[in-house]
Design a protein around this ligand. Structure first.
Ligand SMILES: Cc1ncc(COP(=O)(O)O)c(C=O)c1O
Length: 421
């Protein structure tokens, strides 16, 4: 394969026009949409409209007239289409961490009500830190045990009659490994446990089927593959068979059944509405809606199934080229496509950080994650199929090869660590 072949793949790609939905700096190869999606071209005008008309002119009337109060559900219904959920089942609210707290607490409450013996939260040792920290906090609060399973094969074995909840992230943030949601949900269900799925690295990147795959609860990020902007609000989904029983602990006024009655006693809204807590961040929600719309724009072109096929082709190309040009880096992402998200991770025990800084200096933006204890550090490359081109995958591997061949990573400026990696 040649660079011209990569360009030909882009020319023949029916999804290629979707890239024009974003403002991306010219000449940059952006492979960090798994951390922060790019800015939708529609977002500045929409935010100006919210600022200059809805806020400046409409003032408080915009809660009703501009539909601000409905935004958590309106954007939630759009995200629901991307994760295999129904309308009215998902809301946008708070951060992923806060939503994890809400659903994990609700799930623990339901499990304890079913059987007081169910006192174990099962998760993975390598889960994203916020998932682990929230689970630690709730385990301490509820007097539960937190059981950390090792490699994916051990997860089902960690479930037993004491399990209350299985908490998993569908696509691992370090390796990009994709869990089999259907199989693991079935294993949890067979053990009598509820499932909580963190979709941070899967929503908007690949087809997610919460109903079909037997999930009970799910949360996810707005700022990664949903392109909602830095610190975009997150989403929360609860299976409708649980939603009216689930007791979420952050009983805020906007999760009340009738918030404008201003009743002194809390009465939860029916269904998912109770998972809203306080006043929604309208500017952030407006930007998130623009981001979600960029993913929905793929629907007439085959939607997430087509995007998934493209991201696999992109990651396949990058994996092959990187193996050839950067053999000093080991592949940390599963080669098996059914086990791979939209990200490729390469590892090295020592030089991961300076190699990534040297790549960024060449205009190829990925990121770095410190390895798990005893494991090598990770260089992450996200292949968000909405806007990443085949030639980007080709060029990224070529630059990586150059950085290593010329030992550019040795330059002292690339050793300097920054606050955000
Ligand atoms: C798997 C996972 N969960 C949660 C988060 C972040 O949660 P929050 O939106 O609360 O910062 C991340 C951020 O990278 C993540 O990778």
């Amino acid at each position: 394969m040649t660079r011209d072949d990569a360009l030909a793949l882009d020319a023949a790609d029916p999804l290629a026009p979707l890239r024009a939905q974003f403002t991306l700096p010219p000449g940059l190869v952006y492979l960090d949409g798994n951390s922060l999606g790019p800015c939708p071209a529609a977002a500045p005008a929409r935010l100006r409209q919210v600022l200059e008309q809805e806020w400046a002119q409409g003032l408080i009337s915009s809660w009703n007239q501009a539909g601000w109060i409905d935004l958590p559900r309106r954007v939630g219904d759009k995200i629901a289409r991307l994760v295999g959920a129904g309308a009215g089942e998902l809301v946008v609210a708070d951060s992923t961490s806060v939503n994890l707290y809400k659903v994990l607490s609700a799930a623990l409450g339901m499990a304890a009500a079913a059987s007081p013996r169910r006192r174990v939260i099962v998760t993975e040792r390598g889960n994203f830190p916020t998932d682990l920290y929230i689970a630690q906090s709730l385990a301490a609060e509820h007097g539960c045990e937190l059981r950390l399973a090792g490699p994916p094969g051990e997860i089902a074995a960690a479930l037993d009659e004491h399990s209350a909840v299985l908490l998993l992230t569908q696509v691992d943030y370090r390796s990009g490994r994709l869990h089999d949601m259907a199989a693991l949900s079935a294993a949890a269900q067979a053990a009598g446990a509820l499932t909580v799925w963190d979709l941070a690295h899967s929503a908007g990147a690949l087809p997610v089927a919460l109903h079909r795959d037997g999930a009970d609860f799910a949360v996810g990020c707005g700022y990664k593959y949903l392109n909602g902007g830095p610190g975009a609000p997150a989403f929360v989904w609860v299976h409708p068979r649980h939603a009216d029983q689930a007791r979420q602990p952050l009983a805020g006024w906007l999760g009340h059944a009738a918030p404008f009655d201003f009743a002194p006693a809390y009465a939860p809204a029916p269904g998912i509405g109770r998972f809203v807590c306080g006043t929604p961040p309208i500017l952030s929600l407006a930007a998130l809606e623009c981001g979600v719309d960029t993913v929905l724009a793929a629907e007439p072109l085959g939607g997430l199934a087509a995007l998934r096929a493209k991201s696999l082709a992109l990651t396949r190309l990058f994996i092959e080229r990187a193996a050839r040009l950067a053999p000093a880096l080991a592949l940390a992402t599963p080669l098996e496509e059914a086990r791979r998200g939209a990200q490729v991770s390469l590892s090295h025990p020592e030089i991961g950080w300076p190699v990534m800084q040297a790549l960024i200096a060449r205009g190829v933006v990925g990121d770095f994650r410190a390895g798990a204890p005893g494991q090598p550090d990770i260089l992450r490359f996200g292949f968000a199929p909405l806007y990443t081109r085949f030639v980007d995958a080709w060029d990224a591997a070529a630059h990586l090869g150059q950085v290593l061949a010329h030992e550019e990573w040795r330059r002292p400026e690339f050793a300097r660590r920054q606050a955000v990696t």
